[in-house]
Structure formats: C-alpha cells, structure tokens
Design a protein around this ligand. Structure first.
Ligand SMILES: NC(=O)c1ccc[n+]([C@@H]2O[C@H](COP(=O)([O-])OP(=O)(O)OC[C@H]3O[C@@H](n4cnc5c(N)ncnc54)[C@H](OP(=O)(O)O)[C@@H]3O)[C@@H](O)[C@H]2O)c1
Length: 290
C-alpha cells in the first residue's frame, strides 16, 4: 500500500537512504530539509516533495506533518534534541500522524556519562507518552564512523582498547526504517537495537579494511586525552566531544557489542560487513590517502 511519509533529516545519512528507498517502493515522500540547495536537488529529482523547515520551529513541523501517515525522525548529536523531539511529537499528534520511527542509539540510558546518550533516552521517554505509535531504533556505531575518522594515514587512532561492535551501515538501517514506515503496526512500542553483519574489535576491523583496500590499515589504541586532542583539532563541538569520550568508556565496557538478525528480519537484507562497506566506499579511501 502506498503511504504518505515524512523523512526528517533527509539530507543526512540514514534519512537520505530512507528517502531513496521509500520512493523506490512507490511511497509519496515529503523530505524536510533546512534549506533547498544542491543536495536537495537530487531528492527532488528522485521524486520527493522537498519542504524547508526546522525541527526547532513548531510551525514548520506542523506544516510538514499535514497529511502524513508516518514519519522518520533523526537529529544529529547537537544541542537541542529535547526541543526538537517535543516539537515533532506535538506536530505529529496535532496532524494525526499514526507512527514515528525515532533514531536513538545503543548507549541511550538514564545513567550514562554522555549527555547526548542521556538526552536520547529522555527523548525516547517523551515519545513513549505520545498517542502516536513509536518505534525506537538503537544502532551501535555506524560503519560510516570508519569514514569520519579516516585521516588518510592508514592508522585508526582510537581509544577503544579491544572492545567490540558490529558496524552497521546507514543504508542497512534505512532498510529497517523504510520497512517499519511502510507497515508500522507490528513495530509499535518496540525498541530495536541494530547491528551490522559481524562483531569485531578494532584490530579485526583494521584487518578487514586492509583486505578491502589492499593496503595496510593499522589500529593504534590510544588514551582518552589523545582522542580529545584529535577531536579538538578537527573542530568537533564540545557536546560531541563530551559524548565521544563518555561512549569510548562504554565501548570498552561492551555497551556497543552484540548482534541480532533484525536487519534481515525487518529490512529483508543481510547487513554489510566491514569489507563490503569499505569496498563500496573505496573511491573515498583512495582519494584520501597519504
Ligand atoms: N554515527 C553513529 O555511529 C551513530 C550510532 C548510533 C546512533 N547514532 C544517531 O544517529 C543520529 C544521526 O543520524 P544520521 O547520521 O543519519 O544523521 P546525519 O547524517 O548527522 O544528518 C542529520 C540530519 O538532520 C538535519 N538537521 C540538523 N539540524 C536540523 C534542524 N534543526 N531541523 C531540521 N533538520 C535538521 C541535517 O540537515 P543538514 O544536512 O542541513 O545539516 C541532516 O539532514 C544521531 O541521533 C545519533 O545519535 C549515530
């Protein structure tokens, strides 16, 4: 059945893939973007109804949710998640939206040192009080992390000791999100931890990357103060740095580890493994190599 769906964060990683998939499946998709620019032209060309708006502005959300059956909500790790969530929930309720898929994260819990992870947990609780049916997704670290942190040197300098996770690609998360939006009822009230194909530590991740890139990639475990310096040099926001330092400790303690079959069961595909993801993004790695 064709549905009227809204994707918030449509210029982002999970929102972008979700928009594409929903359009491919014949749904009518409205894409909320902060501004019309080169990135949004592609969404329009694919058939999305691109509208400008801001999740910090209730009025624009009220407009964007008109006539919508279900929506996907994601917000970056930035200040303002609480306001954004409350605005979105209010607009969805006012306009009779029947289902929300809410991006959270695996480390979301009440007693966490990360402000961003705690805010995700509170955002989940706010949405649980909404009359709209909600499904929370809680992915582990994205595979895209292996792009974000790539400095071209072939060394992964990260503070993760020998902790483990199964990196999950945004495109695989989109499969799950799109399937829930298309048929939300069985998923109402559920919280889904999402994982990629294989759980690995960063020594093993580096080996997989080496195979895919046919060059040496080495994991260099570092301490938190060095990680903080790297992030500050990159201009990372204080909110994100606070989050990443806190979840690095979580990571060492196994909070990001685990596996399940939800990508296959709900999304209908086998998730990408590290080799598959890096091979897909080979041109990026070839471009940024020193
Ligand atoms: N990365 C990880 O390893 C990881 C792991 C688990 C969970 N998560 C969760 O994933 C979420 C991020 O998802 P993502 O990576 O798909 O997103 P993303 O690529 O960071 O994109 C964020 C999207 O939100 C839009 N946006 C930002 N501020 C907005 C505003 N005020 N109003 C409307 N739109 C706004 C951005 O628009 P512009 O393009 O205009 O900026 C962009 O489209 C975070 O909540 C994070 O906690 C991430």
């Amino acid at each position: 059945m064709q549905r009227d769906l809204l994707v918030i964060g449509a210029t982002g990683k999970t929102g972008g893939y979700t928009t594409e998939l929903l359009l491919e499946h014949g749904h009518r998709v409205r894409a909320l973007v902060r501004r019309i620019d080169g990135r949004t032209e592609r969404l329009t060309a694919l058939g999305a109804d691109v509208v400008e708006g801001d999740v910090q502005d209730l009025g624009s959300l009220a407009q964007a949710t008109k006539g919508v059956d279900a929506l996907y909500f994601t917000y970056p790790i930035q200040l303002g998640l609480m306001d954004a969530t409350a605005n979105m929930a209010q607009a969805a309720e006012e306009n009779g939206v029947r289902a929300i898929v809410n991006m959270s994260q695996i480390s979301a819990r009440r007693n966490t040192a990360s402000n961003a992870a705690r805010q995700h947990w509170i955002a989940e609780r706010i949405l649980d009080h909404s009359p709209v049916a909600v499904t929370h997704i809680r992915p582990t670290f994205f595979s895209e992390w292996l792009i974000n942190m790539w400095d071209g040197s072939g060394m992964l300098r990260l503070p993760f000791a020998d902790g483990r996770h199964a990196p999950i690609a945004a495109s695989d998360q989109a499969r799950v999100i799109a399937a829930i939006l298309a048929d939300p009822v069985p998923h109402a009230g559920r919280t889904y931890p999402l994982y990629g194909a294989v759980e690995l530590n960063h020594y093993e991740i580096a080996e997989e990357m080496s195979r895919a890139l046919e060059r040496d990639v080495t994991y260099v475990p570092i301490e938190l103060d060095e990680f903080q310096q790297i992030l500050e040099k990159r201009g990372t926001s204080p909110h994100m740095i606070q989050h990443l330092l806190a979840v690095s400790i979580d990571y060492r303690n196994g909070v990001f580890s685990g596996m399940n079959d939800l990508v296959k069961k709900i999304g209908g595909v086998d998730p990408l493994d590290v080799q598959g993801f890096v091979t897909q993004n080979r041109s990026f790695y070839d471009r940024y190599s020193v």
